[in-house]
Design a protein around this ligand. Structure first.
Ligand code: GLY
Length: 225
């Protein structure tokens, strides 16, 4: 099991599940769920940093190597564990990506509870960001001469696993870019960008600024490029 730096507990959990004979996708989704439910991890799930309106919108995707299938959700509100919902899209539909209100209704139909994903800490962080805004602000400052570089807070989990018999699965979950424009979807739910899995080759996924990764199809390029 391999994962991003915020995933020591998810890696341990997924590893334990694999050794107990679990399916690799079930193992990684159960693993990242630990962070999604942890209010102190402000990069994913419950407690993730919100968009410009103060609303948490989650993105997630996953792939199952043996089944050659994928599932994803984008801009999902009110549900703590986006990766689980992405797994249900993979498992129980012929679609790959559900977004926004439709993704939420899909999750609710499977018994997920709608909850406020803001914590006191993430709300406070949003209030502090909002206090620095002016009505004349652009979304980014574009310097006249120097290259355009922006560093908004990002954070994500990608977790990939291989079983002793060589089956592979991958998952990526995130609250996305903090203070993003409502409706912005990053790389995490995009198959081939946020994560990618080919049972014959391997799996890969990304954290960091999604816009850069979308432009190079980073996960696909790493696995099959
Ligand atoms: N990589 C997470 C995002 O940009 O949304």
């Amino acid at each position: 099991v391999i994962s991003s730096a915020n995933s020591l507990r998810p890696v341990q959990k997924a590893h334990d599940l694999l050794l107990a004979g679990a399916d690799p996708l079930d193992a990684v989704v159960e693993g990242v769920k630990i962070q999604e439910l942890d209010p102190t991890d402000m990069s994913v799930g419950y407690g993730g940093l919100p968009n410009a309106d103060g609303v948490v919108q989650l993105d997630a995707s996953c792939m199952h190597g043996p089944m050659k299938r994928a599932g994803a959700v984008g801009a999902l509100e009110g549900i703590k564990t986006a990766a689980e919902v992405a797994k249900l899209v993979l498992k129980y539909t012929t679609h790959i990506m559900l977004v926004g209100e439709g993704a939420k209704r899909f999750a609710l139909s499977y018994g997920f509870k709608e909850e406020d994903l803001l914590t006191d800490a993430s709300r406070q962080a949003w209030l502090e960001w909002r206090a620095t805004l002016s009505p004349r602000d652009n979304w980014i400052d574009v310097p006249a001469r120097t290259p355009m570089v922006v560093h908004p807070p990002t954070g994500t989990i990608n977790c990939n696993a291989v079983t002793p018999t060589g089956d592979i699965a991958s998952v990526t979950t995130t609250a996305g870019l903090a203070w993003k424009i409502p409706g912005r979807v990053g790389d995490s739910p995009i198959i081939g960008a946020g994560q990618y899995c080919d049972n014959e080759v391997g799996a890969s996924g990304s954290t960091g600024l999604g816009e850069l990764n979308i432009m190079v199809c980073g996960a696909f390029l790493t696995v099959d490029g």
